[in-house]
Each structure stands twice: as structure tokens, then as C-alpha cells.
Ligand binder design. Structure first.
Ligand code: MHO
Length: 180
């Protein structure tokens, strides 16, 4: 088995998605950035217009011997709302859409299967609108977006939006979370 695989998820503001996955064991690096669109080397300002086609995402490198892609899917779905089209909480625009960017066919099958399971089990009252797309290009976000939660824990957005998600992560996925 390869000791290194890449997964990419978009579930609203990438500060959140980055902070969540940074806490998982078996995850070796997390980079916030842009993917799923068409503009080359986009800036945050461009992506914020919603006109580049890109979503804010996190690129996650993980050791598939230490954590399964299915675990990442489970965490991803539990910690964002996959039923709000082009929106995550107060953040509105196609850059905040729910999206799984797969890097191999196995990931695509697993993501589709997982969504079918959520639908079959009627986990949500509304339909899941998560896009499943092959990863084409990934562009890293500007430096000031990297490690945002760790660097700005006192900022209101971190306190009110991200901290509760991390709390939920520790409660629901204790076995997957890195030792503090
Ligand atoms: N509503 C937040 C989103 C930031 S995120 C990197 C803000 O504008 O600060 O899109």
C-alpha cells in the first residue's frame, strides 16, 4: 500500500476545513487553497467574486495505513452542511459549495457510495448537493490563509464558527483525533 495519498474537500470557508483535518491522526499535511474551477493561479479576491469556478478547499495528505479515506469522508460530512447549495452558514457563493475532489477512482467510488448511504439512511431532511469531481488543478491559498485557526484563535470567526466544530470533532471522532 502507498504510504501517502491526497484527498481534497471543500465545505465552506477553508479556514474551517483546514483546522478540522489538521487534528486527525494519519494526516500529514493540510493546505488551504482553490480547486474545481477554471481560472489559473487565482487570488483570494478573484475566488471571492464567485466567478473563477473555484471552491475554497483543503488539500489533505494522509497515510492510508493510518487513516482510511472513508474516515475522512465521515468527518467531512459530519462537520459541514452538504445540503445548502453554494452556501455554508453565513458564507454565501459558489466558492463555499460542498465538493469532493477525488484524486483516484477508488476515492470517487467511496464518495459516491458514502453519499448514497447518507441518503438511504435519510440523515438529512433535504437532498445532498455535494459535487463530486475529479481533481484537476489545486492552487494553494495565499500565505496569510495558511494555518489560520492556529494563528488567529481569538478572532470572532474562529471562536464562533471554527471552535465549535473542533469541539464536535473531538466529541464524535475521539479515536481519529491526534493526541493534544
Ligand atoms: N466570512 C468569512 C469567510 C472567510 S473564508 C476564508 C470572512 O469573510 O472573513 O472565506
Amino acid at each position: 500500500m502507498k504510504d501517502h495519498e491526497v484527498a481534497v474537500f471543500g465545505g465552506g470557508c477553508f479556514w474551517c476545513v483546514e483546522a478540522i483535518f489538521q487534528n486527525l491522526r494519519g494526516v500529514t499535511s493540510v493546505t488551504p487553497g482553490y480547486a474545481g474551477g477554471f481560472t489559473e493561479n487565482p487570488t483570494y479576491a478573484q475566488v471571492s467574486t464567485g466567478e473563477t469556478g473555484h471552491a475554497e478547499v483543503a488539500r489533505i495528505e494522509f497515510d492510508p495505513g493510518a487513516i482510511f479515506y472513508e474516515d475522512l469522508l465521515e468527518v467531512f460530512f459530519e462537520l459541514h452542511n452538504p445540503t445548502t447549495k453554494n452556501r455554508q452558514g453565513a458564507d454565501i457563493g459558489s466558492q463555499y459549495r460542498s465538493i469532493v475532489l477525488y484524486t483516484n477512482e477508488d476515492q470517487r467510488e467511496k464518495a459516491e457510495k458514502y453519499i448514497h448511504k447518507l441518503e438511504r439512511d435519510k440523515i438529512y431532511a433535504s437532498p445532498i448537493v455535494t459535487e463530486i469531481k475529479k481533481l484537476d488543478n489545486f492552487y494553494s491559498a495565499e500565505n496569510y490563509h495558511q494555518n489560520y485557526y492556529e494563528a488567529h484563535k481569538d478572532a470572532p470567526y474562529c471562536q464562533f464558527i471554527i471552535s465549535p466544530k473542533l469541539k464536535k470533532l473531538r466529541q464524535k471522532f475521539a479515536k481519529l483525533v491526534k493526541d493534544q
